[in-house]
Design a protein around this ligand. Structure first.
Ligand code: IFM
Length: 406
């Protein structure tokens, strides 16, 4: 296959907390400001997308992208338990209408990491009643979803279920890949997803509902195959299997994870000393996307795959284009092998707040954090041209990152 199919979703993703700014009623805002925080920097005004979302959408539509995945912020919509903000709901409705007006199909994420502070204070997902609290929120947002094609209930539930370990150990907990998710939290998230799907499908039968899992390309380099499968199952497969019966499964992939064994325990191997690392410290390994969509497809059966995040933290935009070219090549190969992939969303549209730090830049667009002026990078035009033509250029020019041949 050299072309992507007609109707393929071509987009970029963002999340509310990472871009909007001033998310003061959220648990992340609290985490960023508490005295012993593991965050290096707070999100502050972020990149002011709460006010500048129109500029963000204009840039995407002008570049040739057709889809925009963004999240609506529970902490703004329900800042106090049971008190729903009509102004916040109207705000997100205006965003949905703004996207549709520009020819961008919105994919709405209902929960992208941040919670209302009150929800966390009550024990977050591990507390009795957590699922009911989430589904009450879902019922309250139904009214703004008309015209929306895709809803993602919860972003990266396998990361959410690992947050306690991350909060306790700090970001280095991620150096070893995804820490083991808390099983009770995982169970609550899966139940919340299933109930939300039912509510959404009943109220809006045309909506395509799914959730997005952090999927690493796990490469097993040990004979302890069963133990390795169990290691992957707890971190990834259970969340993928929970998507059986969904309209789509979101795959979010950045790198691979090589599994070995030490003293009878499955461990994640560090990248080789010669391996290139990105600004997040992860191995630069774009081909991971091919392995990840295959692993997801084998867990979910016939549910179509949408790549809802893929990208690279780098200060070198040529490297970003090369990474994306290689990732899309691996994606086409997987599609050639029969994997049903319906779309690709790049992470991220904007350089934004990377959960504790502003250092890792994932964006197709740079943002000056004092003036909030947006400066599109060459990678935005490059991805837009792939979207317009539905084809990958055969190669990437070494100097500029632009495509050569087609
Ligand atoms: O920035 C995050 C995003 O919020 C969830 N997926 C991974 C991205 C890069 O770390």
């Amino acid at each position: 296959m050299t072309r992507f199919p007609q109707g393929f979703l071509w987009g970029a993703s963002t999340s509310a907390h990472q871009t909007e700014g001033g998310n003061v009623t959220s648990d992340w805002w609290y985490l960023e400001h508490k005295p012993d925080t593991f965050c290096q920097e707070p999100s502050g005004d972020a990149v002011d997308s709460y006010h500048r979302w129109g500029e963000d959408m204009d840039l995407m539509a002008e570049a040739g992208l057709t889809d925009y995945r963004f999240s609506i912020e529970w902490a703004r919509i329900e800042p106090i338990e049971g008190a729903f903000s009509l102004a916040a709901l109207h705000h997100y409705r205006r965003m949905i209408e703004g996207a549709l007006r520009r020819g961008l199909r919105p994919m709405i994420t209902l929960h992208h990491f941040s919670n209302p502070l009150w929800f966390s204070a009550r024990g977050s997902w591990n507390a009795p009643g957590a699922v009911d609290r989430f589904t009450r929120y879902v019922r309250n947002v139904l009214g703004i979803l008309h015209g929306v094609g895709h809803v993602c209930t919860i972003n990266e539930p396998n990361m959410v279920a690992a947050f306690r370990a991350i909060a306790e150990r700090g970001p280095e907990a991620l150096n070893d890949g995804i820490p083991e998710p808390d099983p009770d939290c995982a169970e609550a998230l899966i139940e919340a997803h299933h109930q939300a799907r039912r509510i959404l499908n009943e109220a809006c039968p045309d909506l395509q509902v799914g959730w997005s899992v952090a999927v690493q390309d796990f490469q097993v380099e040990t004979d302890a195959e069963q133990e390795a499968a169990e290691y992957v199952r707890r971190r990834q497969t259970v969340f993928l299997e929970a998507a059986r019966g969904d309209d789509w499964i979101g795959v979010q992939t950045y790198t691979r994870a090589r599994l070995g064994a030490e003293a009878g325990q499955v461990v994640r191997r560090s990248p080789d000393a010669s391996a290139e690392r990105t600004l997040t410290g992860w191995e630069y390994y774009p081909a991971a996307l091919g392995g990840a969509v295959r692993q997801a497809a084998s867990a979910v059966g016939t549910v179509p795959v949408i790549v809802t995040e893929n990208g690279v933290a780098t200060g070198d935009d040529t490297r970003r284009i090369r990474y994306t070219h290689a990732a899309l090549t691996a994606l086409l190969e997987a599609m050639d092998d029969g994997i049903d992939v319906r779309g690709y969303f790049h992470w991220s549209l904007l350089d934004n707040y990377e959960w504790g730090s502003w250092e890792p830049t994932f964006g197709l667009v740079a943002v000056d954090r004092t003036t909030f002026v947006r400066s599109p990078k060459a990678s935005l035009a490059w991805l837009g041209s792939v979207a317009r033509s539905g084809r990958l250029p055969q190669a990437v020019d070494a100097a500029t990152g632009a495509g050569e041949g087609s």
